[in-house]
Design a protein around this ligand. Structure first.
Ligand code: CS2
Ligand code: MG
Length: 408
C-alpha cells in the first residue's frame, strides 16, 4: 500500500483551517489538522514544501516510522510549526488505519472507557453580572462545567478572554482586521485584588455541582501565582489554568507548597519534553496539550500514558481555532483514556463548518459523544473548501501600564 498524494487546504468559515488530505493507491484517504492559530500559512508551507513530497510512495500503515522520520529527520526538533505539521500527518495516518480496520479510533486505542466525555464552555462577562448571565446560559444548555473569565474594575483594557462590550459572549481568538496586533494593558495587582472575591461570588450564586474553571493565561509570577492560588481555595475550582509562564517547569513548586488548588497547564506545549518534569514531579493535575500542536495522536498518547502514571488527567486544549479534525482526534482519545478529565469545547457546529467537515460527532447536555464511524469519523468536502482562502489576522499582545511587554 502506498501514499499517492498529500494535498493541503487552507481556509474555512471565519478561520484559517489547515487541512491535510493523504490519498492512497487503494482509494482510502486520511485527514489531518495543522491549524496553528495566527501562524496558519507557515504550517501549510511546511506541509507543502517538505512533508508532502516526502510522503509520496510511503506505506501509510507505518505511522510510527513516518512520525520518527519527520521528527528525527528535521534535526532541529520540536517547535509548534513543525509539530503541528507532523500532527496533521499523524492524524491522517491514524484516520487511514481506522478506515482499513473498519474501526473507530477509540477501539484501536483500547476501546471506550466511558460514554460521553465531559466538556467545558467559556462563560465571559465584561463585569460580574454579565458573567453570571453567560454562565446561566450554559447551565441551561446542560453544561456541567464552565470556564469563567470576568472584566476587572479599573483595568485599562479587557482582561484575558473577556469582551469589552457588555453582553457580548463571543470568544476572542483571532482579529482578522489586520496583521498588526491590538495592544491590551494588564495589571496583576488589580487582578489579584478583585478576582478571588469575584470567583467566590460566582461559586455562591450557582449550584455546588457546577464545575468552575479559571484561566490566568500565564500572567502571574510564581510568587503571585502561589498567593493567588491560596486566595481562591474557598472557591473549590475544578482547575486553575496557566497560573505561571508555561516554559518554567519549576515555577509551580511554590504554588504547590501553598495551595491544593488543581492546576492545569500545557496548551502551548508541543512535546513531551515540555511537560515530563511537570508530570513526573506531580506539579500539575491536568495536562492541556492539543493533538494538533503536540505532534498528533502518536505523540500525545505518550504524554497521556506518562500523565496516567502520575495521577495527571487530560484536559485537552479546545480553543475554537482547532478544526473539527483535531477535536475528533481528541474525542477518540477522550473516549479511551483511563485518565481522562475534561475537554475544552466551543461549539464549532455552524452550518458552514458542518458542510466543510461533515461528521456524526455530537454534543449533548455537556457531554461529547464520539462518532462510531471508522477512523476519525470526520469527512472533508473539497468542493466546499473552494469557497475559502487564507485571511491574515493577528493575536493581541499585552503590556503592563508602564509599557513593558507581558505574557498574553
Ligand atoms: C485559551 C486559548 O482556550 C484557552 O484556554 O487560553 O483561547 C488561547 O488564548 C488561544 O488558543 C490562543 O490562540
Ligand atoms: Mg488557556
Amino acid at each position: 500500500m502506498k501514499i499517492t498524494a498529500a494535498k493541503v487546504f487552507i481556509g474555512g468559515p471565519g478561520k484559517n483551517y489547515v487541512t491535510l488530505k493523504i490519498e492512497t493507491d487503494q482509494g482510502v484517504y486520511g485527514l489531518g489538522d495543522a491549524t496553528l492559530n495566527n501562524r496558519e500559512s507557515l504550517t501549510a508551507k511546511y506541509l507543502e514544501d517538505y512533508i508532502a513530497p516526502n510522503l509520496i510512495g510511503l506505506d501509510p500503515r507505518r505511522s510510527e516510522d513516518i512520525w520518527q522520520f519527520f521528527y528525527r529527520g528535521a534535526y532541529f526538533r520540536r517547535g509548534p510549526i513543525a509539530m503541528a505539521a507532523f500532527g496533521a500527518v499523524d492524524m491522517a495516518l491514524w484516520d487511514i488505519k481506522g478506515k482499513l480496520a473498519n474501526m473507530p479510533l477509540y477501539d484501536l486505542f483500547g476501546g471506550k472507557s466511558r460514554e460521553g466525555a465531559m466538556v467545558y464552555a467559556h462563560a465571559t462577562g465584561s463585569d460580574l453580572e454579565d458573567l453570571k448571565d453567560s454562565i446561566s446560559y450554559y447551565v441551561e444548555q446542560g453544561y456541567k462545567a464552565v470556564r469563567v473569565q470576568c472584566g476587572v474594575p479599573g483595568m485599562p483594557s479587557a482582561s484575558y478572554g473577556v469582551s469589552e462590550t457588555k453582553g457580548d459572549v463571543e470568544n476572542y481568538i483571532t482579529d482578522f482586521s489586520g496583521i498588526r496586533p491590538k495592544v491590551e494593558v494588564w495589571d496583576s495587582d488589580l487582578y489579584m485584588r478583585y478576582m478571588p472575591k469575584a470567583l467566590e461570588e460566582i461559586r455562591d450564586t450557582f449550584s455546588p455541582d457546577l464545575h468552575i474553571l479559571h484561566d490566568v493565561h500565564h500572567r502571574l509570577l510564581p510568587r503571585e501565582a502561589a498567593a493567588f492560588a491560596k486566595s481562591v481555595e474557598p472557591v473549590g475550582l475544578y482547575w486553575l489554568e496557566d497560573p505561571t509562564p508555561a516554559e518554567d517547569q519549576d515555577a509551580l513548586r511554590l504554588l504547590r507548597q501553598h495551595s491544593t488548588v488543581p492546576v492545569a497547564i500545557g496548551e502551548v506545549f508541543n512535546s513531551i519534553f515540555d511537560c515530563n518534569k511537570l508530570i513526573e514531579n506531580e506539579l500539575i493535575d491536568f495536562i492541556r496539550v492539543a493533538v494538533t500542536y503536540a505532534g498528533g495522536i502518536t505523540h500525545v498518547k505518550r504524554i497521556v500514558d506518562l500523565a496516567g502514571l502520575h495521577h495527571v488527567r487530560t484536559g485537552f486544549h479546545g480553543a475554537p481555532s482547532h478544526s473539527p479534525l483535531c477535536m475528533a482526534a481528541q474525542a477518540h482519545l477522550n473516549a479511551w483514556a483511563p485518565n481522562f478529565g475534561i475537554q475544552e469545547y466551543l461549539v464549532l457546529g455552524t452550518p458552514e463548518c458542518d458542510a466543510l467537515f461533515p461528521s456524526d460527532h455530537k454534543m449533548e447536555n455537556g457531554l461529547f459523544h464520539v462518532s462510531d464511524a471508522p477512523g476519525l469519523g470526520v469527512d472533508f468536502d473539497e468542493k466546499e473548501a473552494e469557497r475559502y482562502s487564507y485571511v491574515a489576522g493577528s493575536h493581541p499582545v499585552v503590556r503592563l501600564q508602564d509599557g513593558t511587554l507581558w505574557n498574553y
